[in-house]
Design a protein around this ligand. Structure first.
Ligand code: GLV
Length: 329
């Protein structure tokens, strides 16, 4: 072991050939068996470490940071960083970084995959076929909703929301969106053909509503019973953002009562122990948080996290630093 190199914890299993880039800078502690560490084990493994590369499964809060005076950087391979308490990171002089941009297009692709599968009842029809229930064809057999020519609503018009919107042109969709801040007129008309509306209009007018906003205490249960009640009975709801943005119990009730037609969900409250009642519903397409899971994109996310920790160890500002105020400490 070279005692002059700082040590880095790579908290989850990751592409070994990508991680090789780290060897020039760090002694690595790996977890290639991919166990999920309990908070106590994570604290123990982070003792004396310069930094960590992690995913959304690592909860970084005041309690943990108070026990880690030597830690300098936590670098998630995800774009979402709701598992990081940024204020606590700054207070403990720990840089926090994420991996934006590299997953926008892949995640937008997947939002479309879920929207199309939900509207056209693809997984429900496949289950029917696999169960040996297919006896005859019928005129109203698995009829669903059109994507082309319909109205796409997007809640959260950041980089992923915009990538979703761009795809709508090929399907002749009318795109409306709601976001904390409105896009520039040029972005709205030239790039995305999207119209800004208030949240109530978005809920009332969307045929397919895709959620693409980050999770925060402010966005907790942005879609709950009151919001679902405003949607069209023929509408579909797609969540590729984060569990907790939707009130899952309210959504289950809305799907059961056909208050909306269907939902496509890649994220859930309490992942991976999602609400079991989803399994009893036919009008829902369920996937296990895989929206960014193309090989190329997952590699790009890992590489981005690696670039951030290498910048930190070289005394440079990591390109994706989230808590810039840490530099003034
Ligand atoms: C995945 O959920 C991410 O935030 O990158």
């Amino acid at each position: 072991m070279n005692p002059t190199k700082p040590t880095l914890l790579v908290a989850r299993a990751m592409f070994p050939d990508a991680l090789a880039r780290l060897n020039d800078y760090f002694e690595l502690e790996l977890n290639q068996e991919d166990r999920i560490f309990s908070p106590d084990e994570l604290t123990e493994r982070l003792q004396g470490k310069f930094g960590m590369i992690c995913t959304s499964s690592a909860k970084i809060n005041q309690d943990l940071l108070a026990k880690l005076p030597e830690l300098k950087i936590i670098s998630t391979i995800a774009v979402g960083y709701d598992n990081f308490d940024l204020q606590a990171c700054t207070q403990h002089q720990v840089m926090a970084t994420n991996a934006p941009d590299v997953l926008n297009e892949t995640t937008a692709d997947f939002a479309w995959a879920l929207m199309m599968a939900t509207a056209r009842r693809v997984t429900e029809a496949e289950h029917f076929l696999r169960n040996g229930e297919w006896q005859k064809w019928g005129v109203d057999f698995f009829v669903g909703a059109d994507i082309h020519g319909s109205r796409l609503g997007i809640l959260g018009m950041g980089r992923i929301g915009q990538a979703i919107a761009r795809r709508a042109a090929g399907f002749g969709m009318d795109v409306i969106y709601h976001n904390r801040s409105r896009l520039s007129a040029e972005q709205e008309t030239v790039a995305h053909h999207a119209r800004y509306v208030d949240k109530e209009s978005l809920l009332r007018e969307s045929d397919h509503l895709i959620l693409a906003l980050p999770y925060s205490p402010e966005s907790h249960h942005s879609i709950a019973a009151a919001e679902l009640a405003q949607m069209k009975p023929s509408a579909t709801l797609i969540n590729i953002a984060r569990g907790g943005i939707v009130d899952d119990v309210a959504l289950i009730a809305a799907l059961r009562n056909r208050q909306i037609a269907g939902a496509g969900l890649d994220v859930f409250e309490n992942e991976p122990r999602f609400h079991p009642d989803f399994l009893d519903l036919k009008n829902v397409v369920l996937t296990p948080h895989i929206a960014s899971a193309s090989e190329r994109t997952r590699r790009a996310m890992v590489n981005r996290a690696i670039t951030n920790v290498i910048a930190a160890v070289r005394g440079e500002v990591p390109p994706d630093l989230l808590n810039r105020d840490v530099l003034e400490m």
